[in-house]
Structure formats: C-alpha cells, structure tokens
Write a protein that binds this ligand. Sequence first.
Ligand SMILES: [Zn+2]
Length: 83
Amino acid sequence: MSMDLCPHCKTRVTIRTSRELSDLTREKYFQCPNIFCGTTGKILSTVVHTIVPSLNPNPKVFLPQSRARDIPQDTRQLDLLQT
Ligand SMILES: [Zn+2]
C-alpha cells in the first residue's frame, strides 16, 4: 500500500507500476482513486540518509548518517567530565 498522496486532492494514490532507477531512487506511476479527481502521474522516491545503519550494507550504496536526536539531559545528574 502506498503512502503517497495525490498532489491535487490529497487522497492516497494507487501505484500502478514502478521501476528502479538506482540503488537509492525508484520511479513510480500513480493513479488517484478519487473519482472526482482521477489524475495520473509519476513520483520519484529517493532515500536520502540513514537513521539506523543496515546490518547487511550494500557496498555500492553511500548514505549519510543523520544526526541522532539530542538526549534530554537530567539537570540533577552531575557532570563527570567537568573541567
Ligand atoms: Zn486526486
């Protein structure tokens, strides 16, 4: 099931066919199921960064690592590396 939305009416679209353009990019042809819209078109989906690294990485793929969210600090915790 696609999570892509129609750019006109925001209905979840149906992917009719897709093909791989590269290891990181797919081209998908969609159709809007809303009978009052019915548009068709093409979507490009590209993976842009890694959140959690793969346990089975493809050596041909390079994806930058996104920055981890800052962990909230407990103000009651003493700083062990205080200078
Ligand atoms: Zn639509």
